[in-house]
Design a binder for this molecule. Structure first.
Ligand code: MN
Length: 205
């Protein structure tokens, strides 16, 4: 099986109270695991794709054989999106980024507060399931937008460096219908060091 569920870089209860333990257990152990399993099932039908990374599969989505393209889009997207999501969170996150990322955020969005507002507004505006993103575009500038379902920004040539899962499975146990409260509290668990690392990598590649 070419793809495997990555371990969480912290314990299931580490993101309390912003994200509750039970949500983390189900989200990682059931939802993300299912994306990995179904991606593996799809790739098993085309073993020649087995040495590609999930990022490569998504960036080249239009070249994926038609019989598994939707599965790669949904389950490959789910695998890539959740792998990023776990990595850009940490216990006692919060604060603000520094350095080049901070400068890029200010020049693109006007201020850090405006940037946060934009990410939250995009997440609130996403009808149904999806993600709200901060991405680095091909011209190395930043952009913020939402995508439906498990659609990855990689499919349109952008590199996601921060993403918040706004599927109900990400917050419903604790927040029920209050997606706005989940999004507000999410900023207390951001791993800005990791987001900055992804930004530096994306602009320097
Ligand atoms: Mn999810």
């Amino acid at each position: 099986m070419p793809f495997r569920l990555p371990d969480l870089p912290y314990k299931f209860d580490a993101l309390e109270p912003a994200i509750d333990t039970r949500t983390m257990e189900i989200h990682h152990g059931k939802h993300h695991a299912a994306y990995v399993n179904k991606l593996n099932e799809a790739i098993a039908k085309h073993p020649e794709l087995g040495d590609k990374t999930v990022e490569e599969l998504l960036a080249g989505i239009s070249d994926i054989p038609e019989d598994i393209r939707t599965a790669v889009r949904n389950h490959g997207g789910g695998h890539a999106n959740h792998s990023l999501f776990w990595a850009i969170m940490k216990p006692n996150g919060s604060g603000e980024p520094s350095g080049a990322l901070a400068k890029a955020i200010s020049s693109t969005f006007g201020s850090f507060a405006n940037f946060q507002e934009k990410i939250v507004a995009n997440g609130m505006g996403q009808f149904g399931s999806g993600w709200t993103w901060l991405v680095v575009k091909a011209d190395k500038t930043l952009a913020a937008y939402a995508t439906p379902n498990q659609d990855s920004p990689l499919m349109t040539g952008d590199i996601p460096i921060l993403g918040i899962d706004v599927w109900e499975h990400a917050y419903y146990l604790k927040y029920q219908n209050k997606r706005d409260e989940y999004l507000k509290n999410w900023w207390s668990v951001v791993n800005w060091k990791q987001v900055a690392r992804l930004f530096d990598h994306a602009v320097n590649q």
